[in-house]
Design a protein around this ligand. Sequence first.
Ligand SMILES: Nc1ncnc2c1ncn2[C@@H]1O[C@H](COP(=O)(O)OP(=O)(O)OP(=O)(O)O)[C@@H](O)[C@H]1O
Ligand code: SF4
Ligand SMILES: [Mg+2]
Length: 332
Amino acid sequence: MTTRDTNATDGAPILELVNLKKYFQQEGLASAFLRRKRPPVRAVDGVSFRVTAGQNFGLVGESGSGKTTIGKTILRLEQPTDGSVLFEGADVHRLRGGALKEFRRATHVVFQDPNSSLSPRMRVRDIVGEPLSVQGVRGAALRERVAEVLQLVGLSPDAARRYPHEFSGGQRQRIAVARAVAADPKLIVLDEPVSALDVSIRAQILNLLRDLQDRLNLTYLMIAHDLAVVYQACDTIGVMYLGKLAEQAPSEALYREPLHPYTRILLSAIPRPDPTQRHERLPLTGEIPSPSAPPPGCRFHPRCPIAVERCAVDEPEWREVEPDHWVACHLV
Ligand SMILES: Nc1ncnc2c1ncn2[C@@H]1O[C@H](COP(=O)(O)OP(=O)(O)OP(=O)(O)O)[C@@H](O)[C@H]1O
Ligand code: SF4
Ligand SMILES: [Mg+2]
């Protein structure tokens, strides 16, 4: 097993993943015809990390590495195959009654594409007010809170009467953020919150998120493809590869001294203005393998430029090599 067993930071964790696994069973005609089960997709395959209150924890990795599945499992949109998700110390998949209602209030999500996450037939006041009405807020209190959060995200109160299609992409993402913060949550999962936006708008939305985090004392789990985005926005970064964490460290440490070859490759692709800091661009060869048949040993070995014989056989242990700096590689 390659789970971490000590805390990454000194503060109490608000969120903790303990050896989380999520496998998807593959259905299909071929398997029915052959009367044998196809191997499951191991979307998340033993991931453990802790997020302290007020932190912005970034998860990066190539498409298909399991980032969204982690976000969904945290929010109970998926059931774990094994392992657990603890929110303020309680297993979120065992919550019932009042504790479950409180968890739903305290956690929210912002998806990549505001067009698909905002119902086109609902007015902004109903979209933003929905998490509040679920909690029983009605009438003037509801209207006042909707106006308040619209203002918080930089929209005018009269936006409440309009429909999502009347806004630009950046404004629509502001509406999604307003909805996410409406019920005064503690944790927000941000799944690629700026990837669908114009480059010129991205910085505005990232600044808004940072500002709201400070003002509302929020904790974020920010999912992104782009290491440059999480480096700027996040305090700690976890680098995912094929359902597992390859490396995790405070952003500065990861940027200054990446230890895992995969992180080094990802970082070498980020342009650096300071010529003394320039890294040679390292190529990432081959495709990410199928999560239903991950390579034995180190999952990265077929693409790793420094792999040795052992890498194809032994799975590297997830180790804390410096305080708060975790890595899974035989050669570190
Ligand atoms: N409901 C599902 N049924 C079957 N397989 C799934 C399901 N959801 C996700 N997967 C598979 O699990 C793996 C991880 O998917 P996931 O969406 O978590 O990756 P991701 O890191 O978020 O990728 P991207 O960057 O493209 O959003 C992929 O191989 C995906 O096809
Ligand atoms: S364990 Fe081996 S294959 Fe995996 S990242 Fe380290 S050197 Fe590369
Ligand atoms: Mg995703």
